[in-house]
Design a protein around this ligand. Structure first.
Ligand code: 0GY
Length: 298
């Protein structure tokens, strides 16, 4: 099998995170994380825009246990393209404690979708971040959205705030629940109550929209320890839409260039954005369970 060499400037994930002071509620779900490779078992996609370090399911599950979480939502990253084998293998190895979001092409068969469903996939991801993908084939995405919505799956979308106006009509016409990664990547040097984030809030006002209040480390210009500039954005969205927000580590934090976050510190950051036990339980337990394990929700 091909050997892969990670990009020269690739920042590896934190090997010894701190133990969080915040004890997450029982049943908490890390609702945005990835597995990468290992490249000698699960090759990275030829069309990838970056080659990461390996980040295996065993390493992810060790982090889950260390941080006090019970389940994961593993999201297909662009470095694996539409080859979901690493994801599906991780779902099997999780013994039911993980569900997944896949990437598929229009050519995917109904049988393949059905097999993914049985394997624990509950959504597809459409990536609109220009540095991560090539051409966007909207007709194809719409067709995929219609097909997977029949399986009860949702659509995860990843885009940057400056592009939202261009994609707004497409996003709001999707025929399923839509989950937005990282609050639509706001420019946090702007006002959390200003026009740009206002457009995102307007989209969230639609009942089928959810979002992940994730990635302060990716969005912040001020950086650690508190990611202070991201807090007003996350608090606004969590307090306005307490029943449609999710949280995840984003381990192993692909394409970070400024610093590699301490995953324990990221868990402590939750206290700054979800400021009551009710908001924390909704964010970490009730909402991801409704979306990914609805059969277990009474
Ligand atoms: C993230 C963020 C990034 C990468 C991907 O699929 C991906 O490659 O999502 C990024 O580079 O911003 O959520 O993992």
């Amino acid at each position: 099998m091909a050997a892969f060499t990670k990009d020269a400037n690739w920042m590896d994930w934190c090997p010894r995170p701190s133990k969080p002071g915040f004890h997450v509620p029982p049943g908490s779900v890390d609702a945005h994380c990835h597995v990468f490779g290992p490249g000698d078992r699960f090759p990275f996609a030829p069309e990838r825009k970056y080659t990461p370090c390996d980040a295996s399911s065993d390493q992810l599950f060790a982090l889950r246990d260390f941080l006090g979480f019970q389940r994961n939502i593993i999201v297909q990253a662009t470095c694996h393209g539409a080859d979901n084998r690493a994801l599906l293998d991780a779902l099997v190895r999780s013994n039911g404690k993980a569900r997944g979001v896949a990437t598929v092409r229009r050519s995917v068969s109904d049988e393949e979708l059905q097999a993914m469903h049985l394997g624990g996939v509950r959504g597809v991801r459409f990536n609109f971040v220009k540095r991560l993908v090539d051409a966007l084939l909207f007709d194809s995405l719409r067709e995929i959205a219609e097909r997977v919505s029949r399986l009860g799956w949702h659509i995860v979308i990843y885009f940057e705030a400056r592009d939202l106006a261009e994609y707004f009509d497409f996003f709001t016409s999707l025929p399923a629940a839509v989950v937005v990664d990282h609050m639509g990547r706001p420019d946090v040097s702007k006002d959390a109550f200003g026009a740009e984030f206002g457009l995102f809030v307007k989209m969230m006002e639609r009942e089928n929209f959810w979002c992940k209040a994730t990635c302060p480390e990716r969005l912040s210009m001020q950086g650690q320890p508190g990611y202070d500039d991201v807090v007003p954005f996350a608090r606004r969205i969590i307090e306005m839409f307490p029943d449609r927000v999710l949280w995840g580590t984003d381990w192993p934090h692909p394409n970070m260039t400024s610093h590699m976050p301490d995953d324990g510190a990221l868990v402590d950051y939750i206290l700054r954005i979800a400021t009551t036990p009710q908001l924390q339980k909704a964010l970490l337990v009730d909402n991801p369970m409704k979306l990914y394990w609805p059969e277990e929700v009474l």
